[in-house]
Design a protein around this ligand. Structure first.
Ligand SMILES: CCCCCCCCCCCCC/C=C/C(=O)SCCNC(=O)CCNC(=O)[C@H](O)C(C)(C)COP(=O)(O)OP(=O)(O)OC[C@H]1O[C@@H](n2cnc3c(N)ncnc32)[C@H](O)[C@@H]1OP(=O)(O)O
Ligand SMILES: Cc1cc2nc3c(=O)[nH]c(=O)nc-3n(C[C@H](O)[C@H](O)[C@H](O)COP(=O)(O)OP(=O)(O)OC[C@H]3O[C@@H](n4cnc5c(N)ncnc54)[C@H](O)[C@@H]3O)c2cc1C
Length: 699
C-alpha cells in the first residue's frame, strides 16, 4: 500500500505504550485464556481455524489493507475477486463446507457469491428431490452454475402469502410459466441477482388447474451460460447503492411468460403430477419456508460473533486509551510516574462495555444450542418426522429478532465507546456495522417475527389452561421444555413474589430463572386474557406481543447460559463443555459473565419486572448494587475475556482493536495512505482545474 505522507519515524506514543497496557491487563486475568478459547471452539475447529487463517493472511488477493479507501465499484470488484479466490483456495486445499465457512467468516465481506452459498445451495439441499439435487445441486457445488434466492418483491417482502409472481402449470407442454403480473411483483433485493447469478430460486404462486396453491420454490435459469446475458423474457438489473452491503449485487427481475420444465419445481415436499396437474400437498404447509428457518438459526449464531467482535475492538481500545487522571485512584507506572487513567477504568465505560462481552457469550452458547436443535430437526425430518418444526420456527423467529437487535444496538454502543476514533473507518466498525444492519430486516423483519413466537406461546399457554386433566402430562413435558416449566410454575401461584433479600441473592441461578419465567408467563397470561376474554384485536396487541417474544427469548438466553455452566453427566458432555467443567477458574469467570448478562438485561427491562409486582422497588435497588459488583468481578478479566474469542487482527482490520495495542502508530500510518493525501488541489476558485497533479510522488 502506498504512503503519501512521510511520518517522522523517531516519534512514538507517550508512555505507557499500548502494548504495555494490554500486557498488564492480560497479566491480571484469573483464568487461562487459551483454555477458554479451546472451550469455545474445541481443539479440532481451533486448529482448522488457525490453519485457514495462515493461508488467507498470506494471500495477496485477500489482503485487506486497501479496502478502506475504495468506492463501490472498486469494492465490488475486490469482492468478486476474493469470492473467486476463496473458491480456488477451497479447491486447492480440499476444504469441506465447515472450512469454507471459516474462510468466508475470516475474509469477512459479503460478495456476489454469498447468497449462492447461504441460500441457493441450502434451498436445493432442503427442498429438492434426489434427482433435482443431481441436476442442480452438484453443478452448483462445483460453481458451474451460480444461484440466488428471489423471494421478496418490490411490493411485498414480509407477507410471503402476498407474493404476486405466478407459476402456472401448462399441461400441454408439461411446463410452468413464470410471470410478473404487476410492477409490485418485480423480484427485488435478491443478493447476487443484479450482475452475477445465472440461476435463481424463484418463490412464486403455484397455479394449477385454475387453483392458487400459494408460494412454492422453482429453479429458473435466468442468464445465458455463455454470454451471461439475461434469457429471453427476463429483465434483470442491480437495485443500486444501499446503506451498506454494497459488495453484493442485490438485484431486481421481471418475467414475461417465461417457461420452465415441470421438473424445476422443487418437489421434495409437494408435487404437481404430469399432465393432470394434480397437486400433492406437503406433509406440513410451511415446509417451503424451510430455508428461512435455516438462515434464521445461522443469524442467531452470527449475532454472538458480531458482539464478540465489537467487544474485542472497544475493550482493547479502552485499555489503551487514557484520559484525565482519576485523582482518587491514579494510574501509577512501576517507575512511580502518575499517568492518565485508562478509560476502561471508568465505571461508566465498564457499564457500557462489559454487558456486551456478556451478551456475546450468552448468544454464542444459545447459538450452539439452536444449531444443534436445527441439526436434530433435519435428522428427524429426513425420517418424515416434522414434530420439531413448530417449536424450531417459534424459537428461531424470536431469537433471530432479539439477538440481531441486541447486536445492532451493541455494535453502535461499542463504536461510540471508542469516542472520535470510533467514527473513523480505521476503527473497523464502519462496514462491519453497515453490513450487519440488514440482519434486523432480512429473513423476516424483527417486529414481524416476534408475532410468530408470541402466537406459539399463546397456543402453548392455552393448551395448558384448557387441559387441566392433562396437567400431569404437562408436568412431565416441563422437564424438557423450559417454556412449559415457567408457565406451570406461574399458574401454580400467580401472585408469588421474588425471594431476594440481599443483593447477592440475585446471583442465584434459580432466582434468576424464577424472575425471568414469572415475567414472561405474567405477560403471556395477561395478553391471552385480553385477546380471549376482552376480545382485543391482534393489531391492538402488537406492542405487547413484541414484549412477550422478547421476554420469552431473554428467558431462553439466560436459561441456556445457566445450563451451559451446570454440571452435566459426562456422557452427554461434549469435548468443549468438558474443558469448561474441568476448570474451576473458567467456571468462576463465566459465572460472573452469566450473572452480568442476566442482571443487566433485567435492569434494562425493569419496568416489566416491577409492574407484575413480582419484583419490588427495594429489590430493584439491590439489583443495581449486584450489577455493580458483577462489573467489579469482571474488570480484571475484561481483556482476557475478549482475547478468548480469538478474533485475529486479519478479521478485525481495526487500528483500535489490534492485539498488540499499537493504536496510534496504526492510525497515523493508515492516514498517510489516504489517496486524497496524494493530490495537490488547485484552490483558485476562478480556475476550472481541481488538481495540480493527479497523484503525488509515492514515498
Ligand atoms: C455456507 C452457508 C452459510 C450460511 C450463512 C449465512 C447467513 C447470513 C446471511 C444471510 C443472507 C440473507 C440474505 C437475505 C435473504 C432474505 O431476506 S430472503 C427473504 C426472507 N423473507 C422473509 O423472511 C419473509 C418473512 N415472512 C415470513 O416468514 C412469513 O410471511 C410469516 C411472517 C412467517 C407469516 O407467514 P404466513 O404464511 O402468513 O403464516 P401465518 O399465517 O402467520 O402462520 C401460519 C402457520 O405457519 C407457521 N409458520 C410460519 N412460518 C413458518 C416457518 N418458516 N416454518 C414453520 N412454520 C411456519 C406459523 O407458525 C403458523 O402456525 P400455526 O399457528 O400452527 O397455524
Ligand atoms: C441487504 C438486504 C438483502 C436482502 N436479500 C434478499 C434476498 O437475497 N432474497 C430475498 O428474497 N429478499 C432479500 N431481502 C429482502 C428482505 O427479506 C425483506 O426486505 C424483509 O423480509 C422485510 O420485508 P419488507 O421489505 O417487505 O418490509 P415491510 O413488510 O414492508 O416492512 C415495513 C415496515 O412495516 C412493518 N410491518 C409490516 N407488516 C406488519 C405487520 N403485519 N404487523 C406489524 N408491522 C408490520 C415492519 O415491521 C416494518 O417496520 C434483502 C433485504 C436487504 C435489506
Amino acid at each position: 500500500m502506498t504512503s503519501y505522507i512521510k511520518i517522522p519515524s523517531h516519534l512514538t506514543p507517550s508512555d505507557p505504550q499500548g502494548s504495555e497496557l494490554l500486557a498488564r491487563e492480560r497479566s491480571k486475568a484469573t483464568f487461562d485464556v487459551n483454555e477458554l478459547t479451546l472451550a469455545l471452539y474445541g481443539a479440532e475447529e481451533l486448529s482448522r481455524f488457525k490453519r485457514i487463517l495462515k493461508i488467507l493472511e498470506s494471500d495477496p488477493i485477500l489482503d485487506k489493507s486497501n479496502i478502506y479507501y475504495m468506492g463501490r465499484t472498486e469494492l465490488f470488484k475486490y469482492a468478486l475477486r476474493k469470492d473467486k479466490r476463496i473458491i480456488q483456495l477451497a479447491a486447492t486445499h480440499k476444504w469441506n463446507v465447515d472450512e469454507f465457512k471459516i474462510a468466508s467468516r475470516l475474509v469477512d465481506m459479503s460478495g456476489p457469491y454469498s447468497i449462492h452459498q447461504s441460500m441457493f445451495l441450502p434451498t436445493i439441499l432442503g427442498q429438492g428431490t434426489e434427482e433435482q439435487k443431481r441436476k442442480f445441486l452438484n453443478p452448483a457445488i462445483r460453481h458451474e452454475i451460480i444461484g440466488c434466492y428471489a423471494q421478496t418483491e418490490l411490493g411485498h417482502g414480509s407477507n410471503v402469502q402476498g407474493l404476486e409472481t405466478t407459476s402456472t402449470y401448462i399441461p400441454e407442454t408439461d411446463e410452468f410459466e413464470i410471470h410478473t403480473p404487476h410492477l409490485t411483483a418485480a423480484k427485488w433485493w435478491a443478493g447476487g441477482l443484479g450482475r452475477t447469478a445465472n440461476h435463481s430460486v424463484v418463490m412464486a404462486r403455484l397455479i394449477t388447474n385454475g387453483q392458487d396453491k400459494g408460494p412454492h420454490p422453482f429453479i429458473v435459469q435466468i442468464r445465458d451460460l455463455t454470454t451471461h446475458e439475461p434469457l429471453p423474457g427476463i429483465t434483470i438489473g442491480d437495485i443500486g447503492p444501499k446503506f451498506g452491503f454494497n459488495t453484493t449485487d442485490n438485484g431486481f427481475m421481471l418475467f414475461d411468460h417465461v417457461r420452465i420444465p415441470r421438473f424445476n419445481m422443487l418437489s421434495k415436499f409437494s408435487q404437481v403430477t404430469k399432465g393432470t396437474g394434480e397437486y400433492k400437498k406437503p406433509p406440513n404447509e410451511k415446509l417451503s419456508y424451510g430455508t428461512m428457518v435455516f438462515v434464521r438459526s445461522v443469524i442467531i449464531f452470527n449475532a454472538g460473533l458480531a458482539l464478540a467482535r465489537a467487544a474485542t475492538i472497544s475493550v482493547r481500545y479502552s485499555a489503551v486509551r487514557r484520559q484525565f487522571v482519576d485523582k482518587e485512584n491514579p494510574m501509577i507506572l512501576p517507575n512511580g510516574q502518575v499517568v492518565e487513567t485508562a478509560v476502561l477504568d471508568y465505571t461508566m465505560q465498564q457499564y457500557r462495555l462489559f454487558p456486551v462481552i456478556a451478551q456475546a457469550y450468552a448468544i454464542y452458547f444459545t447459538g450452539e444450542i439452536i444449531t444443534n436443535l436445527y441439526k436434530q430437526y433435519i435428522d428427524q425430518s429426513s425420517r418424515g418426522d416434522f414434530s420439531l418444526l413448530a417449536d424450531l420456527h417459534a424459537s428461531t423467529s424470536g431469537l433471530k429478532s432479539l439477538t440481531s437487535g441486541i447486536a445492532v444496538d451493541s455494535i453502535e454502543d461499542c463504536r461510540r465507546a471508542c469516542g472520535g476514533h470510533g467514527y473513523s473507518n480505521f476503527s473497523g466498525f464502519t462496514r462491519f456495522y453497515q453490513d450487519y444492519l440488514p440482519n434486523t430486516t432480512w429473513e423476516g423483519d424483527n417486529y414481524i417475527l416476534t408475532q410468530q413466537t408470541a402466537r406459539y406461546l399463546f397456543k402453548t399457554y392455552r393448551e395448558i389452561i384448557h387441559s387441566k386433566q392433562q396437567s400431569e402430562e404437562f408436568s412431565l413435558r416441563s422437564n424438557e421444555s423450559p417454556t412449559i416449566f415457567y408457565m406451570l410454575r406461574y399458574l401454580s401461584n400467580p401472585s408469588q413474589k421474588c425471594t431476594v433479600i440481599s443483593p447477592s441473592d440475585f446471583k442465584n441461578p434459580e432466582v434468576q430463572l424464577a424472575i425471568y419465567g414469572y415475567r414472561a408467563a405474567y405477560l403471556i397470561a395477561r395478553a391471552v386474557d385480553q385477546i380471549d376474554n376482552h376480545k382485543k384485536s391482534w393489531n391492538s396487541m402488537l406492542v405487547e406481543i413484541n414484549r412477550i417474544s422478547r421476554a420469552h427469548c431473554q428467558y431462553i438466553l439466560v436459561h441456556n447460559f445457566i445450563l451451559t455452566l451446570q454440571p452435566q453427566t459426562s456422557d452427554s458432555m461434549n469435548e468443549k463443555r468438558r474443558i469448561l467443567h474441568n476448570s474451576p477458574s473458567l467456571k468462576t469467570v463465566l459465572t460472573s459473565v452469566c450473572n452480568l448478562f442476566a442482571l443487566h438485561t433485567m435492569e434494562k427491562n425493569l419496568s416489566e419486572f416491577l409492574e407484575s409486582g413480582y419484583l419490588s422497588p427495594k429489590q430493584s435497588e439491590m439489583l443495581r448494587v449486584q450489577i455493580s459488583e458483577s462489573l467489579n468481578e469482571i474488570r480484571p478479566n475484561a481483556v482476557a475475556l475478549v482475547d478468548a474469542f480469538y478474533l485475529p487482527d486479519y478479521l478485525l482490520n481495526s487500528a483500535l482493536g489490534r492485539y498488540d495495542g499499537k493504536v496510534y502508530e496504526t492510525m497515523i500510518e493508515w492516514a498517510s495512505k489516504e489517496p486524497l493525501n496524494g493530490i495537490t488541489l488547485d484552490i483558485n476558485p476562478y480556475s476550472e482545474k481541481l488538481f495540480r497533479n493527479d497523484v503525488k510522488a509515492k514515498i
